[in-house]
Ligand binder design. Sequence first.
Ligand code: C5P
Length: 424
Amino acid sequence: MLVGVSGGIAAYKACELVRRLRQRGAHVVVVMTPAATEFVTPLTFQTLSGNPVVTSLWGDQAPRFELPDRVRARMGGKVGHVDLAEAVDALVIAPATANLIARLVHGEAPDALTAIALACRVPLIVCPAMDVEMWRHPATVENLAVLRRRGVILVGPADGPLASGLVGPGRLAEIDVIADAVERSLAYRGSMTGVRVLVGAGRTEEPIDPVRVLTNRSSGRMGMALAEAARDRGAEVTLVTGPTDVGPPGGVRVIAVRTAIEMAAAMAAEARGADAVVMAAAVADYRAAKPAREKLKRADATRTLELEPNPDILAAIGAARRPGQVLVGFALETSDGVRRARTKLRAKGVDVIVLNDPADALGGDTNKVTLVEARSAKRLPEMSKREVADLVFARILELRSLKPGTRTARGGAGRTRAAKGQRT
Ligand code: C5P
């Protein structure tokens, strides 16, 4: 794989990353921007990676790499930036400075790293590290949103003391966190190729009048993490989503809805062709029985709002399920969680209920869940919503392999941790 290093003080930490990736079995080639060479010499990375370091597109920068035969054969001898981009299975940029991120967004390619990044079609893992003010600048915020939409895997930054003396977000993520993300992106790639996954996400909004709605505080982060995790495994993902605080990941088909009725119609239609349905949406249990056409006027008298129940979207999908289809729901209970989750599992006709801990589920990036099934309940430690999503799909894959009538994934299984060997 390629490790790209751009010119920030955290460049020295990339030395440890290269070591760690090699320890985990990766074959590493380092590409440095000219600014990065001001912080760490190419010789350091050459020694740690065991390969010449790419610092320029020009001159005698066509180095002879000690690459596996498989890769060497594909490169046909000469190593140009396009060849290198095609020969590797991942590009991880650590640290990625604000400047480098801006260049990635605009497709600028003034140096070897950005030129290779532009030519790469493999997973791109970007690990930002910069001062807190640069991290918070609207330009950086918008640039990261663009990368996220394109399907780039962003790792970090972490919070803590920065080289400038300030404290806040901007530190390069921990090396093991980066190495785990890299390994995950490789291990999962292709494990759900051709599998059609439907994710329900976000909250619903039930109109009371033209400007007011009944809704809840669900951020939509869990649903987005699910869609992203399925996409990274090569699934064909459809995301039916109500309003959320975060945007959808790139590379998935998005159907935006507002009300529970709209969500029910979209989910039912899409579920017919789905191999797995994961319903993480926070659906309002009730809607206004008669939403007012005009904005309701303020009055001193008490007002009563008549409500009627919304359809149970997941239960309807459960009732109409096809053989081989895997269904997963979410639940948030404040007491007697596992027993209630199991009752829901039966009532809705689903395979797994992901039971949220109410203290953790809303708004944040982490979650503490229990995977409740008919005969088991697996309590997981606190982890990121993305990690929860990865474990949900790991279980979905297991359940698919157990079910008769399952469509097999096209393109075969992806690499697993156990199967990993020397990679470039
Ligand atoms: O019944 P409860 O709301 O706790 O069930 C939670 C699960 O059911 C979630 O997966 C949620 O998305 C789904 N649900 C639904 N339609 C509703 C209410 C909940 O699909 N009207």
